[in-house]
Design a protein around this ligand. Structure first.
Ligand code: SAM
Length: 267
């Protein structure tokens, strides 16, 4: 790898630490008939180790210049696709393989963490587990509990679909080149979502967090707030509460009653 030119625009910080790669790969336990999607295999630090599971692997890599490292890893079960995961027709790709459960793994560029998670949710891929490396402060946000500074829109949205846990903190010196920030590997485990109108829930949630420091009374000015009050009171909140104080169940209940009233004026 000595003459490889790392590309900043693709967030190329390759893992050099054997203990960390081992920890990531060992954090999933797929069976032979399962499928692993790897996002951003780079020079194959994780891809190599995924072979031990003897299941199908599809790896999406945006940069063709790593071909010389990755192509030797490809075989009947490990397929490398040189495409941007975000624009790739992933569902079509999945039709090419038969599998039972889906696992997604990746040491991703930090700036595409959220779009990738959104794509996984929006495509309804329903992976059994997703294990990804994220910037440490992003992990803190995803793992945050209500009432904390880090708790926000994305925390709640992700907790609707997954149970989220920390695997390990990773020192920035585990990468080459060394990035500016430390990282954390986190695991998202699939959970059954309640039977709700997802797009309505998402829009309502976004509105609740519109201005983080403002109260629900302000952020929800164009909703039927009077009908939301009893729900809030039954959960020891009020319209004077902020979104960051509410848990997932409260948002779900509120969203099922919330009706947007056009032409409302902020108070
Ligand atoms: N997995 C390797 C490792 O741990 O050493 C490389 C990790 S590096 C942080 C991120 C990798 O994702 C790079 O190889 C980069 O080229 C690739 N990448 C960046 N954006 C991508 C995208 N949209 N789709 C697929 N791969 C992408």
């Amino acid at each position: 790898m000595s003459n490889f030119k790392f590309k900043k625009k693709y967030g190329q910080n390759f893992l050099q630490d054997e203990t960390v790669t081992e920890r990531i790969v060992a954090s999933i336990n797929p069976a032979k008939e399962d499928l692993i999607i790897e996002i951003g295999p780079g020079a194959g630090a994780l891809t190599k180790k995924l072979k031990r599971y003897d299941c199908n692997v599809i790896a999406f890599e945006i940069d063709k210049e790593v071909q010389k490292y990755l192509d030797p890893l490809s075989n009947k079960k490990t397929k490398i696709i040189y495409e941007d995961f975000l624009t790739s027709d992933v569902q079509n790709r999945l039709k090419e393989v038969e599998f039972k459960d889906l696992y997604i793994i990746g040491n991703l560029p930090y700036y595409i963490t959220t779009p990738i998670l959104e794509k996984i949710i929006d495509l309804n891929l329903k992976p059994k587990e997703v294990v990804i490396m994220v910037q440490k402060d992003v992990a803190d946000r995803f793992l945050a509990k209500p009432q904390s500074r880090e708790y926000g829109y994305m925390t709640v949205l992700l907790s609707l679909h997954f149970n989220i846990s920390k695997i390990v903190d990773v020192d920035k010196r585990a990468f080459k080149p060394i990035p500016k920030v430390d990282s954390t590997v986190i695991k998202f485990t699939h959970k059954e979502t309640p039977d709700i109108d997802y797009s309505k829930f998402k829009e309502f949630l976004k509105d609740c967090f519109r201005f983080k420091r403002k109260t629900l009374n302000n952020n929800l000015y164009d909703y039927n707030r009077k009908d939301l009050e009893p729900i809030l009171h039954s959960r020891e909140h009020s319209l004077a509460s902020r979104a960051e104080e509410l848990n997932l169940e409260t948002f779900i209940e509120l969203s099922q009653t919330a009706l947007k009233i056009n032409g409302g004026n902020p108070e």
